[in-house]
Each structure stands twice: as C-alpha cells, then as structure tokens.
Design a protein around this ligand. Structure first.
Ligand SMILES: Cc1cc2nc3c(=O)[nH]c(=O)nc-3n(C[C@H](O)[C@H](O)[C@H](O)COP(=O)(O)OP(=O)(O)OC[C@H]3O[C@@H](n4cnc5c(N)ncnc54)[C@H](O)[C@@H]3O)c2cc1C
Length: 378
C-alpha cells in the first residue's frame, strides 16, 4: 500500500510484537488513525516460552481475536538441577501457542481493521509543539499526536532515547527451538533448572514442544556452541537430559538472543508511552511477559482513547496516570520475579526452597499468584 511520505495519524506505534499489535487493534477498533511500524515481516519465530497466561485470553477475544490453539495448560512441573521434582496445579493456567502463530493472528486482525502498517525500522522520534515526528530507514517521516513504544527488550530507539539500561551490559542469553516429542502431555508446563540457567517446556498449537531457556553468558561461554552446551550442561538436569535424548528438533537450528536486560525502565520516556518489554521485562520463569505486554497495551490504549475522544489537552496528566497504573499493575510482579530468579539461580537455596515447597505446596501457589495478574475484565 502506498503511503505519502508525510502522513498524519492519531497514534504511531513502533514495534509490531504483542504490545504494539494489541494497541493497534484496540485503538483502531475505536476508529483512531493508526500507523504501525515493524521491522520484520510476519509470520516469524521469536525466542519465547510460548506460555500465554489465561489472564489476557478474554480481552483478546473481546478484540475479536480467535486464538489458533487447543493447548490448555493447567499443571506446572518444576525440577531442581539435581532432578528433584514436583507437580502442582496452576491457579489460573495458560494456553500454549507459538509466537509464529500468535503474532501472525494479531497482525491479520490489525490489518483487517484498517491499521496502516509499514515494514521498516523506525530510526528517530522527535516531540515538538505537541506533535511527534517519526523517521524510518526508508527516508519517510510520519506525524502523530501520540507515539507508543512497543519495540521490545532492546532496540536502536533505546539508544536514540538515551535510556539508562542500554549502556549497561546484560549477562543473559535466551535460546529456543521446537521439538517433536510424543511423551509430553498437552496440559503441562515444565520449569527445569540447570547450572547457570533454567528452561521451560510446553506444547504449541502444532503439537511441537517448545524448549526455551535463559542462561548467563558466563555459564554459556564455557562451551563452544548451543549443541555442546545442551549436551554437557543442560542435560545434567535428568528431566532435560531425557528430553534432549528422546526429542527431535523441528527447527533447522535453535534461535538465540543476547543482552536480555531486566533493568528497570521508565513507562514514559520523552512523552513516548512504553508498552510491553519497552516498559519493563519480567523474568521469564514467571511466564507473564506476554500477558503484561498485552495488558499494558490495553491500559495505554484506554487512556489515549479517552484523551483523543474527549479532546483532553492535559498530556502530562495522561502520562502520569499511565505511569501510576503501570507500576500499580506490574510493579509487584516484576519485583517478585526478580527475587525468585535470584533464589533459583543459587542451587543451594533452590534445593532448600524445594524442600519447603514439598512440605507446603501452598507456598509455591502463592508465589505463582504474585507473579500473575487477575483475569482482565472487559
Ligand atoms: C527466554 C524468554 C522466555 C520467555 N518466555 C515467556 C513465556 O513463556 N510466557 C510469557 O508470557 N512471556 C515470556 N517471555 C517474555 C515475552 O517474550 C515478552 O515479554 C513479550 O514478547 C513482549 O512483547 P513485546 O510486544 O513487548 O515485544 P516483542 O514481542 O519483542 O516485539 C517488539 C517488536 O518491535 C520490533 N522493533 C524493535 N525495534 C524496532 C524499530 N526500531 N522499528 C520497528 N520495529 C521495531 C521488533 O521487530 C519486534 O517485533 C519470555 C522472554 C524470554 C527472553
């Protein structure tokens, strides 16, 4: 579709992951003029555990999104490095769906509603006289009343905005691949630790099992490559050892991403409303990042809609309200996730916690509740 080099929109959304796509759909449904800039085409795989908490499913249905999966997850299996394991039922549960299918289905919904989409990399954002100008790598520029930053964990725009976290090195690396393994039940999510990291196992809509792990660079770099690391370190956990021995990888090779930062970020930066990982990333062991991306997009969209519809001119109030709502909704989960990850990474403490959890499974359930939200009301 041809777009004039200078176009005027109500909202420009940068990044068409879950946060960006959700905001685009929500705001377009309210008849606002929306431009979405995304640098990758759909569909594509992403490093993610692909465990989508049920708390956002009713909201996605409300947006007219039919989720193409039958995988319903209601049980967590947890194991320590030594292979001590327990299972417990999940308070809220989740669905198993690949990012390949999920992002693509949101993308189709967004374009069917009339969201303008340009596949490009946004290179700069300027705010002047109450109007944003966004320039991309195709030498185009667009103007809008609002910009939503949905550009994920780490982007060229974080540098442009001189965000604090981007200058700090992060020790975390993520690895993911799909496998065929008939022994894995549909309703289970596995969380298994190993030296320097932990991995999740759960089924996706195709029947393939997603194995995704997070590991410190320190631990990973002692081996030459992913295959060697899997054989010599990951497989030390007996559960993961059996999985890696019996399962067949469906991908040609695993996907990986480096420099995953869990540093605090600001939910509003230079008047840009940040949603999803651009506002803050929860530790993946919580299985809540996707839900938070979708939920934060809902919060931002509602405030922006109120502003545009009612012609409010108090941008400062909107930004303040978004910041307060963001911390109130997600602050506690992020802090709990941070503490939990620290405990899990210390094998001795993890074993101790495990013994406690065996004696009182209620402890684990209450921790899980603290890392998730209540189902979103629509
Ligand atoms: C190892 C690991 C496992 C995880 N497992 C789970 C899990 O099981 N369950 C769960 O709920 N969460 C999980 N998460 C978290 C989850 O993946 C993220 O929270 C979620 O993807 C956030 O969505 P988002 O839309 O903010 O970002 P993304 O999905 O990363 O989307 C950002 C988009 O912005 C685009 N972009 C970036 N810069 C630009 C630019 N300049 N111009 C245009 N486009 C741009 C990118 O191409 C990308 O498509 C996991 C995370 C990790 C690291």
């Amino acid at each position: 579709m041809y777009l004039s080099p200078v176009a005027t929109y109500d909202v420009i959304i940068i990044g068409g992951g879950l946060a960006g796509l959700t905001a685009a759909i929500h705001l377009r449904k309210e008849h606002h003029r929306i431009l979405l800039l995304e640098k990758e085409t759909y569909p594509h795989h992403k490093v993610c555990g692909e465990y989508l908490s049920n708390e956002v499913v009713p909201y996605l249905h409300h947006l007219g999104i039919e989720l193409p999966t039958n995988i319903e997850i209601n049980t967590l299996e947890f194991s320590t490095q030594k292979g001590r394991s327990l299972q417990l039922s999940l308070p809220l549960g989740a669905i198993g769906i690949s990012r390949y299918a999920l992002d693509n289905c949101l993308y189709k919904r967004a374009t069917s509603l009339g969201v303008d989409l340009v596949f490009c990399s946004a290179e700069s954002i300027e705010y002047k006289d109450d109007i944003f100008t966004v320039k991309n790598n195709l030498d185009q520029e667009y103007k809008a009343t609002f910009v939503i930053g949905g550009f994920g964990k780490r982007s060229n725009l974080d540098k442009m905005l001189r965000r604090d976290f981007i200058s700090k090195k992060s020790p975390w690396l993520g690895v993911k691949a799909h496998y065929q393994w008939n022994n894995f039940p549909d309703n289970l999510v596995g969380l298994h630790s190993f030296e320097g990291g932990y991995g999740g196992l759960s089924k996706t809509e195709t029947g393939a099992v997603n194995f995704c792990y997070l590991v410190t660079y320190n631990s990973f770099q002692k081996k030459h490559n992913i295959s060697e690391f899997n054989d010599l370190v990951v497989a030390q956990n007996p559960y993961l050892g059996t999985f890696l021995k019996e399962a067949t990888m469906v991908f040609e090779k695993p996907l990986s991403i480096a420099q995953i930062s869990f540093e605090a970020k600001d939910p509003v930066e230079d008047h840009v409303i940040m949603c999803g990982d651009s506002a803050g990333l929860i530790h993946p062991l919580c299985g809540n990042g996707m839900a938070m991306a979708i939920h934060s997009a809902k919060i931002a969209s509602e405030l922006i809609h109120a502003y545009l519809k009612e012609g409010l001119s108090d941008r400062t109030r909107l930004e303040k309200e978004y910041t307060i709502k963001w911390y109130r909704t997600f602050g506690k989960r992020i802090r709990t996730g941070r503490r939990l990850q620290k405990l899990l990474m210390s094998p001795k403490i993890a074993e101790l916690l495990f013994s406690l959890a065996i004696l009182s499974p209620g402890i684990l359930k209450s921790i899980i509740k603290k890392t998730h939200g209540k189902p979103i009301e629509v």
